[in-house]
Design a protein around this ligand. Structure first.
Ligand code: ADP
Length: 200
């Protein structure tokens, strides 16, 4: 198994890359997606959240109201720790399960938005950074994701700088061209990953 950490600032195109690597044959593990799954209606995770924070954090349809819960934990580190104690172990268990299910020769790509910020590079055999200039990211976030410019800028500023992220990269995927360019680059990177796996 080759463990690949995939990261990139918001709007860099990380999700586009992870989708392409998945299509080429990688086992993709997306921790954010798993963090949502472990608190879906009917899960023990959601039951524990309601026990801890009250049913006020639910929407009328019984799903978790993330914005409301976010406001509860935002400025209260004790509450945040309680939430993390519910979510993190469940995410860890699910990640371990997916890892166990992956074939022995799998190339496993972990989609980790805050890999650089949290110093997680040593956990992976290879770190891929998707890189695009801040102005390109800003324009994607405002035009394609419907964010306001202030919101998008604030999110970019809250993350690591390009330079700090690039420092932990083994492979850089520049993504300031077209999606066709990205297809081609993803295929090259896939060949590179297979060669690295083969050499292990
Ligand atoms: P991230 O996961 O890094 O936040 P996404 O992969 O979601 O970023 O990309 C942000 C937005 O920009 C998406 O709508 C995506 O389809 C678009 N996008 C990403 N790369 C390109 C590109 N090379 N050309 C055009 N649009 C792109």
């Amino acid at each position: 198994m080759l463990k690949v950490g995939l990261t990139g600032g918001i709007g860099s195109g990380k999700s586009e890359v992870s989708r392409r690597l998945g299509a080429l044959g990688a086992v993709v593990i997306d921790a954010d997606k798993i963090a949502r799954e472990v608190v879906e209606p009917g899960t023990g995770g959601l039951a524990e959240i309601v026990e801890t924070f009250g049913s006020g954090v639910l929407r009328p349809d019984g799903t978790l109201d993330r914005e409301k819960l976010g406001r509860v934990v935002f400025s209260d580190s004790g509450q945040l720790a309680r939430l993390n104690a519910i979510v993190h172990p469940r995410v860890g268990e699910r990640v371990a399960e997916l890892q166990r299910q992956a074939p022995e020769d799998a190339i496993v790509v972990y989609d980790v938005p805050l890999l650089a910020e949290n110093g997680l590079a040593p956990m992976y055999d290879v770190v891929i950074v998707v890189d695009a200039p801040d102005d390109v990211r800003l324009s994607r976030l405002t035009t394609r994701r419907g964010m306001s410019e202030d919101d998008a800028l604030a999110r970019i500023k809250a993350q690591a700088t390009r330079e700090d992220r690039l420092k932990v990269a083994d492979i850089v995927i520049p993504n300031d061209g077209s999606l066709d360019d990205l297809d081609a680059r993803a295929r090259e990177v896939w060949q590179d990953l297979m060669a690295r796996r083969g050499g292990r």
